[in-house]
Design a binder for this molecule. Structure first.
Ligand code: GLN
Length: 472
């Protein structure tokens, strides 16, 4: 069993931050070959540890607790690369708000984790420093794009890690390695200092080993931030009391019908367990024609936003500058030599769909379909409390299976594998927790609640976690 935040806090209390970090770095450095991290923060964090060890303890669950940060969240101590060769040596002149908050709470950032370049991908195979594989079976993908963060928590090297989720990047890898991955309500955690992929969908969240740790982190990090104009006021109070609410749980009929039989059986079993503790479980519909388009709508919106937000990466103000006899050629060479195929593809398609003659038929149409989806989910929540979704159609695919999928990078093919996108479209809180094992490999279950119902969602998720644990 991996250690939780509270376990680490106890270790710190019994020894010192310095000692805990020494152990952590010993484990971490052994894992160099797994490519899960890009840079470690050893020197600076050790100095901080020495200083904090001398000071009086502050009253915080996170005091002295080590964590990893996804490498698209900027930090002034070590480079922030976003998994891209283009930014290999980039050190930010300012700190992300999430870093400031965690640091104030006494958490210790030990390093930055590898990721699919700029968050574009769902495999862990597209970080410039090498592939990150599933620790359960090395011929399988771990999922992405927050691959290194999922790896660090699943292998017990740290009790939590930050991630970012634009389509499923926290909640799908969490499923593939049997840990908890939470994407809060859009705007609850400041995105100031998160390198954007698609800002209308991007959300910072966490990987942990249990739901209780997510509550600890939510209480500390849900803060409205003037520096992020999309940030909202959604305070979270940490409480751990008996959950006795009776909820209306909903499954989506069309998604359920498409599930493979073995998975369907497990969801039926889950329904029985929910009924047994007094919840109701029923089905609601979302038009299958709309569900069939989820992946395409996501691509149209996110690629267009990416083409726009990454337009500052020219090799002039930021990033690796290559030679060129004109401004345009500098950009061409800088991008040409330092972006991977996936990033180039997405930026070209995104740019194409933003051209004035294409906007109506691609980008704006996708936004209209997004609106239909958002409205339908709102309708469902008029009576429902929880929507249950499968994070994937099965266990983590093998690397060759993943590479064979339509584009080899998105891993959002088919309705079931795209279901997690729903929560990015409307911004609802969404959590994946461990569910079952098939052939000894984990699959999670994904639970969602209405916007700003993060407390209800985590309370319920904790109850489900308990129920599923007793099954074993
Ligand atoms: N896997 C999706 C993609 O390929 C989502 C990535 C994300 O959430 N950052 O874009």
């Amino acid at each position: 069993m991996n250690k939780t935040i509270k376990d680490y806090a106890k270790l710190v209390k019994e020894s010192s931050i310095k000692t805990v970090l020494e152990y952590s770095f010993r484990d971490i450095e052994k894992e160099f070959d797994s490519n899960f991290y890009i840079n470690l923060n050893k020197e600076k964090i050790n100095i901080k540890a020495e200083q904090l060890d001398k000071k009086a303890r502050i009253n915080s669950h996170l005091f002295g607790v080590p964590y990893f940060e996804k490498d698209n969240i900027v930090n002034t101590d070590i480079p922030t690369t976003a998994g891209s060769l283009f930014l290999k040596d980039y050190v930010s002149p300012f700190n992300a708000t999430i870093n400031e908050i965690l640091s104030e709470a006494g958490a210790m950032m030990v390093g930055k984790t590898a990721m699919d370049e700029f968050g574009m991908g769902g495999t862990g195979l597209f970080s410039f420093n090498g592939e990150i594989r599933n620790p359960y079976e090395k011929n399988r993908i771990i999922g992405g794009s927050s691959s290194g963060s999922a790896y660090a928590v699943a292998t017990g090297m740290v009790p939590f890690a930050t991630g970012s989720d634009t389509g499923d990047s926290i909640r799908k890898p969490a499923s593939f390695v049997g840990i908890v991955g939470f994407k809060p309500t859009y705007g609850s955690i400041s995105r100031y200092g998160l390198m954007p992929y698609a800002p209308s969908l991007d959300t910072i969240g966490f990987f942990t080993n249990n739901v209780d740790d997510q509550k600890i982190l939510a209480e500390v990090t849900f803060k409205q931030d003037k520096k992020d104009f999309t940030s909202i006021n959604n305070p979270f109070k940490y409480e751990n009391k008996k959950f006795d609410k009776k909820l209306k749980i909903v499954q989506i009929r069309e998604i359920y019908d498409l599930m493979p039989e073995d998975l369907k059986k497990e969801y039926d079993n889950f329904t029985e367990r929910m009924l047994a503790v007094g919840h109701t479980v029923s089905f609601e519909s979302i038009d299958i024609n709309i569900l069939n388009m989820l992946g395409e709508v996501y691509m149209a919106i996110s690629y267009a936003e990416a083409a726009s937000t990454l337009s500052n990466l020219q090799g002039v103000h930021f990033g690796k500058r290559e030679e060129g006899d004109s401004y345009e050629n500098i950009i061409k060479h800088s991008r040409g030599n330092n972006f991977s195929k996936t990033v180039k593809k997405r930026m070209i398609i995104g740019g194409y769909s933003l051209k004035s003659e294409n906007q109506d038929i691609i980008f704006l149409k996708a936004k209209k379909i997004r609106r239909i989806i958002v409205d339908r989910i709102a309708e469902i929540y008029q009576t429902a409390d929880i929507i249950v979704l499968p994070p994937s159609s099965g266990i983590a695919p093998t690397v060759s299976e993943a590479m064979k999928s339509a584009s080899g990078d998105a891993a959002v093919n088919g309705v079931i594998d795209s279901a997690l996108l729903l929560a990015n479209f409307n911004g609802m809180p969404s959590i994946t927790i461990p569910f079952i094992k098939l052939n000894n490999l984990p699959i999670g279950i994904n639970l969602n609640a209405n916007i700003k119902k993060d407390i209800l969602l985590l309370d319920f998720a904790q109850q489900v976690e308990e129920i599923l644990k007793n099954k074993e």
